[in-house]
Design a binder for this molecule. Structure first.
Ligand SMILES: Nc1ncnc2c1ncn2[C@@H]1O[C@H](COP(=O)(O)OP(=O)(O)OP(=O)(O)O)[C@@H](O)[C@H]1O
Ligand SMILES: [Mg+2]
Length: 224
């Protein structure tokens, strides 16, 4: 469960410029919800995702993950909480070019004790075969199509078995047909694995798959 209490995020790119990217946002996202965050470019969607995903701290307000006050933790605690509970999928896939596909997938699990590495590897391979790209495990990211790279990124997001998946425009770099396949895969993960999915999009068609839609406008939550 994620809860934001009166969260604002204010950027000060220079001395006399102040950008209120998020303005007094309170929301609760329950386990196994499928939520879409919608809004125009610049409305604060990515900022909200970074805060929900513990990648950034709010300027004001509190962030709770499973009733733990994450916004007050030190950075080391935040990263381990993030690593255990949240998986990320980005528009640009963000795979590491010099690592093979399977190395990319197991990367979030490297900090785990050595005796777990074999298990993690097997789980990564299971995900690859489930996503239909087992034959690519030793290939490199630039040898894969966009849709295949996004499947790899989804496998990487799942490798630590997080409760929550946060996806920022996961279909933004894909053609319509491939985008639909990626959304089908996320829907399947939501239903079968009971993950909480938080999806950022500006595409109404994509957002319709979510059971709940949050609308942002100029950093304010206008509908939830
Ligand atoms: N690091 C930063 N420094 C200064 N301003 C920022 C920073 N990050 C975001 N902003 C500003 O905060 C506002 C919200 O940005 P955000 O990236 O969250 O929008 P978005 O809804 O994700 O847009 P898009 O659909 O284009 O991705 C924008 O006005 C943006 O310029
Ligand atoms: Mg964005």
């Amino acid at each position: 469960m994620i809860r934001l209490h009166k969260v604002s995020k204010i950027y000060r790119p220079s001395k006399d410029v102040k950008v209120t990217a998020l303005d007094n946002i309170s929301i609760e996202i329950k386990p196994n919800e499928f939520v879409a965050i919608l809004g125009k470019s610049g409305s604060g969607k990515s900022t909200l995702m970074y805060i929900l995903g513990l990648l950034e701290k709010p300027s004001i307000g509190e962030v709770y993950i499973n009733n733990k006050l994450a916004s007050q933790m030190d950075d080391r605690k935040i990263s381990s909480l993030r690593n255990e509970t949240i998986g990320f999928i980005f528009q640009q896939f963000n795979l590491i070019p010099k690592l093979s596909i399977i190395q990319n997938i197991v990367l979030p699990a490297v900090y785990r004790p050595g005796n777990q590495h074999q298990k993690v590897l097997e789980y990564g391979q299971y995900l690859l075969s489930r996503f239909g790209i087992m034959d690519k495990q030793n290939a490199f990211p630039n040898q894969l199509s966009g849709g295949q790279q996004q499947r790899v990124a989804i496998a990487r997001a799942l490798v630590n078995k997080p409760e929550i998946i946060i996806a920022d425009e996961p279909t933004g770099n894909l053609d319509t047909k491939t985008g639909v396949q990626i959304m089908d895969l996320l829907g399947e993960i939501h239903r079968q694995e009971k993950k909480t999915i938080i999806l950022v999009t500006h595409d109404q068609q994509i957002a319709r798959r979510a059971k709940r839609q949050l609308f942002l406008e100029d950093g304010c939550l206008i509908k939830q």
